[in-house]
Each structure stands twice: as structure tokens, then as C-alpha cells.
Write a protein that binds this ligand. Sequence first.
Ligand code: NAD
Length: 290
Amino acid sequence: MKIGFIGLGNMGAPMAANLAKAGHEVTGFDTAGVEVEGVANAASAAEAASGAEVVITMLPNGDILRRVADEIVPAMDKGAVFLDCSTVDVASARAVAEKAQEAGLLALDAPVSGGVGGAQGGTLTFMVGGDEKGFNIAKELFDIMGQKAVHCGPSGNGQAAKICNNMILGATMIVTCEAFAMADKLGLDRQAMFDVVSTSSGYSWSMNTYCPAPGVGPQSPADNDYKPGFAAELMLKDLRLAQQAATDADADTPLGAAAMRLYEEFVEREDGKGRDFSAMLPRFEKRGHS
Ligand code: NAD
């Protein structure tokens, strides 16, 4: 397939490289002038998009996505697929999809989970909203870049699934860290706590797979001095998107709101920036009940 790839950052570069390695003809563009092995460089986003059967975007936020869409939609051939894999607000995803559809394109929002490791290893999960026909065309690309793609319904639903998932993840990580810090103060050994909770009704991905306590459970960023992994500032971004969506949809999300405030404090007023999101545990260790 002839593919345009716009946004060759931490995630986009390895995703584009995997598509090229699988034999697709990939032309990329990034404002930072990034070079990716096997990927031809275009001089602009419009040039990367023109003549492509699928154009993939992997960009920082909804405003940038809207600007890039203004540039590339007129350059794309009718019937081509506009596949946005960035994590953006639901409203931007729906606005961009509408613009693409009006121009005769097939639009998909397909944010990912799995992080940089998943992008490098081709093991991402794609949560996809939008056109069924577009989904079927993009399926073979999802299979190269990832291990699973779930079609979640119309445009914007991929982003909706992503922020609901990450709202659960943020809140469960916080409460798992709180519980470890409280267990310390109660004199309960961390290994004993893990052995009980990981096989009891308090279990979760945060506890069982990504345990925030160093030396306990499987290897995780906690065992590497909380180097990300999944950075606390990226969790904050997703929790803010969740709160924006909750406001727009008039949904009551008290724990999601509390999780957002805690990560805001941790990243913007404490030492959380650049640390893994599970570094909430050393944060709670230092604090008392207030
Ligand atoms: P990044 O900042 O490393 O990459 C974004 C790239 O977009 C940069 O290289 C930047 O130069 C480029 N860019 C910005 N404006 C542009 C424009 N107008 N035209 C072309 N290129 C432009 O970010 P990332 O970590 O690769 O994340 C990309 C997206 O994936 C984000 O929406 C993020 O939330 C999401 N995401 C990231 C992770 C992760 O672990 N890093 C996990 C899941 C989802």
C-alpha cells in the first residue's frame, strides 16, 4: 500500500518503520525533520498525503491534528483512508472525521494503548471509531503495527474508549499506590500484600502486571527507578481529556476528576514530570493523613 505518515515522534517513528519493513511504500513528514529507516521524506504534510491510499497521523493533540487535517484533506484522493492514531479530544476527532467525510474520504480515529514498547514491537492495541469500510482497508496495517484492533462504532468512539480505559487505569493506579503506602504504615509486608491482592477481589492490571512497588510482582518501571514506561504527564493528558469529555457529555465522574487533580499536583507542582505514572507510590510514602 502507498502510505503517508505524519508525526514521526516516539510512537510514529517505530510504527512507520514497521509498515516499511513489512513492504509498504511509506512517505513520512514531521516538522522536526525526523529520518526513519525505510521511510521516504516529504517536504510537507500535503506532499506526504498526496496519492496515498492511507494517511496515518500520530500527533501531540487535537489542535495540531485539526491544523494538519486542514492541510492534508484537500491533498488526498477521494476514497483514501484518513487514519488518526493520536490521542485527542473526542470533539476534535469528530470534527476532523466530518471534514474528511465531506471531502469523500474514509475517516478513522484509532488511538492506541501499548506505549513506545508496543509501537516498536508491533504489539499495540487500536481502539477504532469510524467507517466500517475504512476499518476493513486499514485492518492489514493494524495487524502489522499491533496485535489487536477493536471497532468501537462511529467516529470519536475510539477516543471515547481510550479515555474511559485510561480513566480506570489512572484511578486504579492511584488507589493501588495508596494501599501500598498504607500497608507500610500498618506493618503489612509488601510481598504479602501483593500475594493477597493479586489473587483477591482488589486485583487489577496496575497491581498484577505493572506493580508500583519495587521488587514485588513482575518487572515494571518501579524496578527501574520509575523511569517511564508510561509517563505521569501522559496520564495527566488523558485524564484531562476524560474530564473534558465528561463535561461535554454531562457525565458524573468524581473519581476521574480526583485522579486528574492528583496527577496535576504530581506533575505540575511536585516531582512527577518525567517519572512513570506509578511513581505515585513514593509520593504517598512521604505523606501523612490530612
Ligand atoms: P511525540 O511528541 O514524541 O511525537 C509527536 C511528533 O509530532 C513530534 O515528532 C512532532 O515534531 C510532530 N509534529 C508536531 N506538529 C506537527 C505537524 N504540524 N506536522 C507534522 N509533525 C508534527 O509524541 P508521541 O509520544 O509519539 O505521541 C504521539 C501521540 O500518541 C500523542 O497523541 C500521545 O498522546 C499518543 N500516545 C503516546 C503514548 C506514549 O507512550 N508515548 C502512548 C499512547 C498514545
